[in-house]
Design a binder for this molecule. Structure first.
Ligand SMILES: [Zn+2]
Ligand SMILES: [Zn+2]
Length: 392
């Protein structure tokens, strides 16, 4: 890249960023939350009316309920990968810190394992009350229960919400959760549904208060795209990818005037340009680690050699000769396990100048999955059966 290429690229990037900011700001302004929901910050640590439960809890009529390991996410059906689980947990923690609302997500494989068959509603109500979700006086708890093999879900809400909330929870289930569940995209369904539930409860999406108008606008646009499904990304990525490739191509072949006589120079073909490259440069082209263009002026002897390092080359830059001709090969000495890190030896060899080196590197310990929960226990809230259900 020459200085002029860099200027063109920076101008394009600048235009894209400014346009993106303007679009985000306009959308963010148009969709700004119009109701400021009064938030009840929790007074001191929550009262804990119910002790944490790590084993099953017996209910009426031979039904038992699973215990909980922590108060935000209990993913017993293993529908969430670790990062997604952490995001959901963070959203639920923030909701509690902001409003005092205890909301929890529970996934199960089936209800039969707990001695229950039939509709999900009595099971969800019984479980809500056995756990005591929500503040014991405000009764503002929320349970999102997903029973994946039974293909039923329910949002059970505390007795503090009046009946109008049932329809609002139904909308969240129908628009936020079920479209993704029908495509077996459980992780995305849970993340989207939890965000929509929090929005319905508080008038705000998670994290919305901390971000500016433009960022909120883009968050809104991305949510609409996510609702629309994956196919829309391909519609957007094709022109974007095409534009990026087009810009790259233009920068490479754009007219270049000779600095001495202002005549436009010509780009030499791959075979013809070789005679203007040195041995190291030819080797780089052969290894496909760098591509060179040679531009020649027709009126004078001026030549310009422009270097295009490959984005996907296995070769590194040699510390001795500076050509990108350094090959590396690694040998595992000790494999990493979940309890200890491993070691490998990396041998370097420059194909241009025969420089050699080797070093021992640590292989990071394998992650063991499972993350530490936040523990704690629920506030002792109860439900009288309000909420909404859905099947897929
Ligand atoms: Zn010239
Ligand atoms: Zn070298």
């Amino acid at each position: 890249m020459t200085k002029r290429d860099l200027e063109i690229a920076l101008a394009v990037v600048f235009a894209v960023v400014v346009t993106g900011w303007l679009i985000g700001f306009a959308v963010g302004w148009a969709t700004r939350p119009d109701t400021v929901v009064e938030t009840v910050a929790p007074e001191g640590p929550p009262e804990r009316a119910v002790a944490p439960q790590d084993g099953p809890v017996d209910g009426a009529g031979g039904v038992s309920y699973p215990g909980y390991e922590e108060i935000h996410v209990n993913d017993y059906a293993d529908l969430l990968r670790e990062a997604a689980e952490d995001r959901v947990r963070q959203d639920l923690k923030d909701l509690y810190d902001r409003t005092g609302i205890e909301m929890t997500v529970l996934t199960l494989s089936n209800m039969a394992a707990y001695g229950h068959d039939g509709p999900i509603e009595p099971f969800a109500t019984g479980l809500f009350n056995a756990w005591g979700i929500g503040h014991a006086v405000r009764n503002d708890g929320v349970l999102v229960l997903v029973v994946v093999d039974d293909r039923h879900m329910r949002i059970e809400i505390g007795a503090g919400y009046d009946q109008s909330w049932d329809a609002r929870m139904q909308r969240v289930i129908d628009d936020g959760f079920l479209p993704h569940f029908r495509n077996e995209k459980y992780e995305r369904g849970i993340e989207t549904g939890v965000e929509e539930t929090i929005h319905e409860l508080t008038g705000r999406y998670p994290g919305e208060d901390e971000i500016g108008t433009a960022a909120r606008g883009w968050a809104w646009i991305l949510r609409q795209l996510r609702k629309a499904g994956d196919w829309i990304w391909s519609l957007l990525l094709i022109p974007l990818g095409g534009a990026a490739l087009g810009l790259r191509h233009y920068l490479r072949v754009r007219p270049r005037p000779c600095p001495h006589c202002r005549v436009l120079m010509a780009r030499m073909g791959e075979a013809a340009d070789d005679e203007h490259l040195d041995g190291g440069q030819r080797l780089e082209e052969y290894l496909q680690s760098v591509d060179y263009d040679v531009w020649a002026c027709a009126d004078c002897d001026h030549k310009e050699i422009i270097r295009y390092p490959s984005l996907f080359s296995a070769h590194g830059t040699c510390p001795r000769c500076d050509y990108r001709t350094l090959a590396s090969e690694s040998t595992t000495l000790e494999a990493a396990t979940t309890s200890s890190s491993g070691r490998k030896r990396v041998d370097y060899h420059c194909q241009q100048c025969d420089y050699e080196d080797s070093e021992i590197r640590t292989i990071p310990r394998k992650s063991s999955g499972g993350s530490g929960g936040s523990g704690g226990s629920f506030g002792g809230g109860s439900s009288s059966g309000g909420g909404a259900s859905g099947s897929w």
